[in-house]
Design a protein around this ligand. Structure first.
Ligand code: SF4
Length: 258
């Protein structure tokens, strides 16, 4: 049995997958996205950047599923469980146990991942193959289509993330793609057009969402004493959001349930 380290639970999530969902936020993420809303989930241990407790706790897959199933009557036909983060696939052994148990209980399973832990060979690949058997839907970000700009924005290149997209396409696993629109970083027509051209090569995309950048998490960064790199960045205008939706052809995908 593998224990999962969890930062928090949300019992009535409505934005992380279809329908009403029980959302699990795992603790620990290898990325450092400049716009991250959840910097308290970065550390893999029990302490946050300022040395205080991050509130995370350990739990078995069985106990977590028991908690989730209390809310099953609210899920209707569309809802279920989403695991977000942090980076859920950094705890893949726990994820396999949790999703296999959830599928046995007839629950719709969704994982919100940045894809950075993907490896195309060996034991890590065998584990992802196994996890995909009990995963119904993935929410995956394209944080930046350009590898160098991706590294500047998140601390990691995007090469294995692109490989992850290709793998999910090969196995025809349904995905929703999300793109955070950051003025001066990802909000330019050249990058958006390259992103669209990449999305067009995939055959498993059910939805594409543009998420306008905003600085709602600024107070968390102050509290954690982490420098907030985007402090001078404004949210994109409505016109730029509309422009991104048009270039990324989001209307072509929106409306697909899963
Ligand atoms: S991958 Fe997600 S949790 Fe990790 S730093 Fe980026 S936005 Fe935050």
């Amino acid at each position: 049995m593998t224990l999962g380290r969890i930062n928090k639970l949300e019992t009535f999530g409505s934005v992380d997958g279809p329908g009403i969902r029980f959302v699990v936020f795992t603790q620990g993420c290898p990325m450092r996205c400049k716009f991250c809303h959840n910097p308290e989930t970065w550390d893999f241990g029990t302490k946050s950047a300022n040395g205080t407790a991050n509130g995370s706790f350990e739990i078995s897959a069985e106990d977590l599923l028991k908690k989730a199933l209390r809310y099953k009557p609210y899920w209707g036909t569309d809802g279920g469980i989403t695991v977000s983060g942090g980076e859920p696939l950094a705890q893949i052994d726990f994820m396999i146990e949790f999703f296999e148990a959830a599928k046995s209980a007839g629950v719709h399973t969704c994982v919100d991942t940045c894809g950075v832990t993907f490896r195309p060979t060996g034991e890590p690949f065998a584990k992802i193959e196994r996890l995909m058997k009990s995963t119904d839907l993935l929410l995956v970000d394209i944080k930046h289509i350009d590898a160098d700009a991706h590294k500047e924005l998140t601390g990691h290149g995007n090469e294995n993330i692109i490989e992850f997209f290709r793998y999910l396409d090969r196995i025809q696993k349904p995905i929703w793609i999300r793109h955070v629109l950051v003025p001066g970083i990802s909000d330019n027509d050249e990058a958006l057009t390259r992103t669209r051209d990449f999305i067009r090569t995939l055959h498993n995309v059910k939805r594409v969402e543009v998420l306008p950048y905003h600085a709602f998490a600024l107070s968390k960064y102050k509290e954690l004493k982490i420098d907030y790199a985007l402090k001078d960045t404004q949210s994109p205008t409505a016109e730029r959001v509309a422009n991104a939706n048009e270039i990324l052809e989001t209307a072509k995908y929106t409306g697909w349930k899963e």
